[in-house]
Design a protein around this ligand. Structure first.
Ligand code: NAD
Length: 512
C-alpha cells in the first residue's frame, strides 16, 4: 500500500467550539437546546460542548441518508473502490491530527492513539477490495436451460452507535464496509469524545464521498432510541457495554432491524507453570495497562496456575513503577488518564472493596502523585492478588488500570473459571506447551483467543466478535462477516426459452 506523505499544514486541531452534527455533507448546529460537556481528561476541565440531538435532528440525518442511497447504491464498484482508496490515504495522511483529537478527549497517549488509527485503516484497506468481496455465485444449467445466481445488495440506511474507548477505530470497523457495500451511514459516536467523528466526516467529504452517504448525529439516549425505532433504518451496529448492548439488540430487533451489538468483557490471561515468566509479565503489563485498561480486549485478570503465581506476581509488580503515567502532551507518557472523573473514581473504588472482601492490594495507583498534583483523571497502575470469583473486582468489568490475579491449582480449574464467566470476548494462554495451548483453543468458550498473544484483536480480513454476553446477534463485526451484515442476498433463477416451447404445468417446479 502506498505511503502518503503527511501534509505540512495541520488540517484542524481541537478547539473550544461546540461539536455539531454532520448531516448531508456539512456541519449542522444543534437546535435541540441540549448540550453535553466534553472534558480534557488530563486537566479535568470542560474543553468544549457537544450538541445532543433531538428526534427531529435524527430524522433529518436519516432523510439525508435516504436521499443519498439510490445514487450511492448505483455508483459503480470501481468508483466506490476509488473512494475507499482515497479515504484510506486521507486518514493515513491526517493520522496525527486525528490522533490529537483522541488524546484531547479520550486521554490516550499519542502512540496509543496512532495504534488505534492504524488498526482502523486496516478496515479501510479491506474495504478497497469490495469488488472481490461482493462477488456472488453462479450455477449454470441447474435444470435444462436454467441458471441460478446469487447477488448481494446493500440494505439502505444503516446506523452505527459507538463507545468512548475507540472514537476512530470502531466507527471505521463499521462505516468502511457499510459504505463500500453501497449503504448510506449514520454514526452516533460517544458523547464523551465526539470530535474525531466530525474530523473523519470532513475527510470522507474530501475523498469525494457524496453528501448524505456519511452522516453524524451527536447525542445520548434520545438519539439512540430514535435510531432504534426509525422505520427507515435497516440495520444497527453497536459497540459498548453489555447492558446497553442487550437493550440495543432487543429494541432494534423488536423494531424489525438487523442488529449486531458487541458488549463488555472480562478477558482472562491463563499462565501455565511452564510459561516464560518475563514474557508473561511483559504481556500482562502491556495488555492490562495499555490505554489505561480502557480496551474491550484488555487483559483484566491473570489466572496463575500452580507454582507460577508467586514469581509471576513479583515480576508484574516489579514492572509497575516503570509504567510512566502522564498526559498525552508528555512525550514520555505511556498511560494517560481515565476518561471521566466518575469513571476514575469507580475504577479506584475496587481498591477499597477488594481488601475488604479478602484480596491483597499489591500496587495501589490511588497514591499516584499526578492525581494529587493535577485535576486530571489519573490513576496509577494497580494490582490486586488473591482475587476470588465472588469478589466485586472479579465479577465487574473494571475497565481501568486495575489488574487482578486469581490463583488456581490446575489447567482444568483455569478453564472452568473462564468458561463460567458470563463474558466471552477475548482470552490468552501463555505456555511453552503446544498441546496445552491447542487444548485450550479447543475447550474455551470465548470468541477470540491468543496463544502467547495477549490482545488477539483479529486482522481486518477476519472478523471481530466475542461470545456469550460480549455479543448479541449472529454476525461478528468487520471483515467477511461485516460484508454479510451490510448486504442481503438475492437469488435469481433465469431461463431464456425459445418462444413456442412453453406449456401450462401446475405442478411444483422440479429441477430434474
Ligand atoms: P456505553 O455502553 O456506556 O456507551 C456506548 C454507546 O451507547 C454510546 O454511544 C452511548 O452514548 C450509548 N448509550 C449509553 N447509555 C445508553 C442508554 N442508556 N441508552 C441508549 N444508549 C446509550 O459504553 P462506553 O462506556 O462508551 O464504552 C465502554 C464499554 O464498551 C465497555 O464495556 C467495553 O468493554 C465496551 N467495548 C466493547 C467492545 C467490543 O468489541 N466488544 C469494544 C469497545 C468497547
Amino acid at each position: 500500500m502506498t505511503q502518503v506523505a503527511e501534509p505540512e499544514i495541520a488540517r484542524s486541531t481541537p478547539s473550544a467550539e461546540t461539536v455539531h452534527h454532520w448531516i448531508g455533507g456539512r456541519r449542522v448546529a444543534g437546535t435541540s437546546g441540549r448540550k453535553g460537556p466534553v472534558y480534557d481528561p488530563a486537566t479535568g476541565q470542560i474543553a468544549r460542548e457537544v450538541d445532543l440531538a433531538s428526534v427531529a435532528e435524527v430524522d433529518a440525518a436519516v432523510a439525508a441518508a435516504q436521499a443519498a442511497f439510490p445514487g450511492w447504491r448505483a455508483t459503480s464498484l470501481s468508483k466506490r473502490t476509488e473512494a475507499m482508496f482515497r479515504i484510506r490515504n486521507l486518514v493515513e495522511a491526517h493520522r496525527r491530527e486525528l490522533a490529537a483529537h483522541l488524546t484531547a478527549e479520550h486521554g490516550k497517549v499519542p502512540s496509543d492513539a496512532l495504534g488505534e488509527i492504524a488498526r482502523g485503516i486496516e478496515n479501510l484497506e479491506f474495504a478497497t477490495s469490495i469488488p472481490n468481496l461482493l462477488k456472488g455465485g453462479f450455477s449454470e444449467q441447474v435444470s435444462t436451460g436454467i441458471d441460478v445466481y446469487q447477488i448481494r445488495q446493500p440494505l439502505g440506511v444503516v446506523a452505527g452507535i459507538t463507545p468512548f474507548n475507540f472514537p476512530a477505530m470502531v466507527p471505521m470497523w463499521m462505516f468502511a464496509n457499510a459504505i463500500a457495500c453501497g449503504n448510506t451511514f449514520i454514526l452516533k459516536p460517544s458523547e464523551k469524545d465526539p470530535s474525531a467523528s466530525i474530523f473523519m466526516a470532513e475527510l470522507l467529504k474530501e475523498a469525494g464521498v457524496p453528501d448524505g452517504v456519511f452522516n453524524v448525529v451527536q447525542g445520548d439516549k434520545v438519539a439512540v432510541d430514535r435510531i432504534l425505532e426509525h422505520p427507515d433504518i435497516a440495520a444497527v451496529s453497536f459497540v459498548g457495554s453489555t447492558p446497553i448492548a442487550r437493550y440495543i439488540y432487543e429494541t432494534g430487533t423488536r423494531n424489525g432491524k438487523r442488529v449486531q451489538a458487541l458488549g463488555g468483557a472480562k478477558n482472562h490471561m491463563i499462565v501455565l507453570p511452564d510459561a516464560d515468566i518475563d514474557m508473561a509479565a511483559d504481556a500482562a503489563v502491556s495488555a492490562g495497562y495499555g490505554s489505561s485498561g480502557e480496551r474491550c480486549m484488555a487483559i483484566a485478570t491473570v489466572v496463575a496456575v500452580g507454582s507460577v503465581a508467586d514469581p509471576l506476581v513479583e515480576a508484574i509488580a516489579a514492572r509497575l513503577p516503570k509504567v510512566k503515567v502522564g498526559p498525552g502532551t508528555d512525550p514520555e507518557a505511556e498511560m494517560g488518564p481515565l476518561v471521566t472523573k466518575q469513571h476514575r473514581d469507580k475504577v479506584a473504588s475496587y481498591l477499597d472493596s477488594a481488601p475488604a472482601q479478602g484480596a491483597t492490594v499489591v500496587a495501589d495507583g490511588r497514591e499516584h502523585p499526578l492525581y494529587r498534583e493535577s485535576k486530571g483523571f489519573f490513576l496509577g497502575a494497580s494490582l490486586i492478588d488473591h482475587v476470588r470469583p465472588e469478589m466485586d473486582c472479579y465479577r465487574d468489568e473494571i475497565f481501568g488500570p486495575v489488574l487482578t490475579v486469581t490463583r488456581v491449582a490446575t489447567y482444568e480449574d483455569a478453564l472452568n473459571l473462564v468458561n463460567d464467566n458470563p463474558y466471552g470476548n477475548g482470552t490468552a494462554i501463555f505456555t511453552r506447551d503446544g498441546g496445552a495451548a491447542r487444548q485450550y483453543q479447543f475447550d474455551v468458550n470465548v470468541g477470540m483467543v491468543g496463544i502467547n498473544v495477549p490482545i488477539p484483536v483479529p486482522v481486518a480480513y477476519y472478523s471481530f466478535g466475542g461470545w456469550k454476553a460480549s455479543l448479541f446477534g449472529d454476525l461478528h463485526m468487520y471483515g467477511p462477516e461485516g460484508i454479510q451484515f451490510y448486504t442481503r442476498a438475492k437469488i435469481v433463477t433465469s431461463r431464456w426459452p425459445d418462444p413456442g416451447t412453453s406449456k401450462v404445468d401446475l405442478g411444483f417446479p422440479r429441477t430434474r
